[in-house]
Design a protein around this ligand. Structure first.
Ligand code: SAM
Ligand code: SF4
Length: 328
C-alpha cells in the first residue's frame, strides 16, 4: 500500500480528463475570461491508461474520472476501457453534470465504469438555471434516469449548498432519499475560483451543521450511517427506513485531511497532492519523455511522500487553480 510522509495510505486517484465544461456553475467557473488547455496538452486515453496501470502497480484501488465535464471527451468510453483493462478489480466511478449521459451511459457501463455521481444543486428548475448556469434540469434528470437504467449505481447526487440560492431547497433534495435508492451529498461551498471576490463567496458558505438542522427540522431525525470506508470524506446519515442516504462533505467547517487517501491527476498530467494547495508533480513529462509504467510509478510514489499534511482554507489559503481544473 502506498503511504505518504505522514503515514496515510494513499490509494485513491481522481483523474480529470477535461478542463472544459458545458456549464458555468456560479461557484466553479466565471462566465467570461476563461482559458482552457490546448488539446495537445491533454493526456490521451492511452496515457491515462498508463498512469492507471502505474497507480495500480503502486497499490491504488480506487479511481474517479472527473473534469471540467468528463463527458465532453469524445474518447471517454475508450478512456474507461483502457482504465478497466489495467485495473480489473478497482472501483472506477465518474463525477458528471449528467447532461450528456443519455447517449453514453450504456457504453460507459459496458466499458467498465461502476457508478456515477451526478451534480444537481436543487430540484427547482429556475434555480438550477441560476446556479448551474446554462443547465436545464430536465436534461440532468434524464441523465440520472439513463445512469440508473444502465446500472451505474448506486447513484449519488452532489449538491453544493449556496446561501440565499439553494439553501432552502435542501429539504426536497433530502426527501428523494426516502423512496429511492439515491444518495444525496451536500457539499460546503469552497470559496475560491468563481471569479467572485472571495469575501462575497465566503458569505455564501453554509456550514453542514446548519444544513443538517434544516433537513431534520423538516423531515425528522437523521440516523448516523457511517461509510464502511474510513477515508470517505462524507459523513453519512439516513432517515429510518429510507432507501438512500444523506452525506455531508465539510471542507470548510470540518476538514477531513487526517484521513485523506487521495491524489488528483489534472487533465494535463500534473499530479496534484492536495485539493487546496499547489504542490504538484509533472507526470506528463515523465510519460512523454518515454518513461514507461515503472518510471511513472516511481515518480508517483516519490511525489506521494511530499503530500502536505492538510489544507488551510480557513486562513484563505487555497490552490491557484480553479475547481474545473482540479476536478473537485
Ligand atoms: N462537471 C462535473 C460535475 O459538476 O460534477 C465534474 C467536475 S466538478 C469540478 C466536480 C464537483 O466539484 C461538482 O460535482 C461540484 O459538486 C464540486 N464543486 C465545484 N466547485 C465547487 C466549489 N467552489 N465548492 C465546492 N464544491 C465545488
Ligand atoms: Fe462544470 Fe462541474 Fe464546474 Fe459546474 S461544477 S461548471 S458542471 S465543472
Amino acid at each position: 500500500m502506498p503511504r505518504d510522509g505522514h503515514g496515510r495510505i494513499i490509494d485513491y486517484m481522481r483523474i480529470s480528463v477535461m478542463d472544459r465544461c458545458n456549464l458555468r456553475c456560479s461557484y466553479c467557473m466565471p462566465l467570461e475570461g476563461l482559458k482552457f488547455l490546448p488539446e495537445e496538452n491533454l493526456l490521451t486515453a492511452a496515457e491515462i491508461g498508463l498512469v492507471t496501470e502505474a497507480a495500480v502497480s503502486a497499490g491504488f484501488r480506487k479511481f474517479r474520472i472527473t473534469g471540467g465535464e468528463p463527458t465532453l471527451r469524445k474518447d471517454l468510453t475508450e478512456i474507461v476501457s483502457r482504465m478497466r483493462a489495467v485495473a480489473p478489480e478497482a472501483d472506477i466511478a465518474m463525477t458528471t453534470n449528467g447532461i450528456l449521459l443519455p447517449g453514453l451511459a450504456e457504453d460507459l457501463k459496458s466499458a467498465g465504469l461502476n457508478r456515477v455521481n451526478i451534480h444537481l444543486d436543487t430540484l427547482d428548475g429556475e434555480r438550477v438555471r441560476q446556479i448551474m448556469r446554462l443547465a436545464d434540469i430536465d436534461k440532468i434528470l434524464a441523465g440520472i434516469d439513463a445512469a440508473s437504467a444502465a446500472g451505474l449505481t448506486p447513484i449519488k447526487l452532489n449538491s453544493v449548498v449556496v446561501r440565499d440560492l439553494n439553501d432552502n431547497d435542501l429539504v426536497e433534495m433530502a426527501r428523494l432519499t426516502i423512496d429511492q435508492p439515491i444518495h444525496v451529498r451536500f457539499i460546503e461551498l469552497m470559496p475560491f475560483g468563481s471569479g467572485e471576490p472571495e469575501e462575497i463567496a465566503r458569505q455564501q458558505v453554509v456550514p453542514s451543521a446548519e444544513s443538517r438542522q434544516k433537513i431534520e427540522a423538516a423531515l425528522g431525525e437523521l440516523i448516523p450511517d457511517p461509510s464502511p470506508d474510513p477515508a470517505d470524506e462524507s459523513r453519512n446519515f439516513r432517515f429510518a427506513n429510507a432507501q438512500g442516504n444523506i452525506g455531508f462533505i465539510s471542507p470548510v467547517s470540518d476538514p477531513f485531511c487526517g484521513f485523506c487517501n487521495r491524489v488528483r491527476l489534472s487533465a494535463e498530467g500534473k499530479l496534484l497532492l492536495c485539493l487546496l494547495r499547489d504542490d504538484e508533480a509533472d507526470l506528463r513529462s515523465v510519460i512523454r519523455s518515454g518513461g514507461g509504467v515503472k518510471a511513472i510509478r516511481d515518480a508517483l510514489s516519490k511525489a506521494i511522500l511530499q503530500k502536505p499534511v492538510g489544507h488551510a482554507l480557513d486562513q484563505g489559503i487555497h490552490s491557484s487553480r480553479r475547481m474545473h481544473e482540479i476536478g473537485g
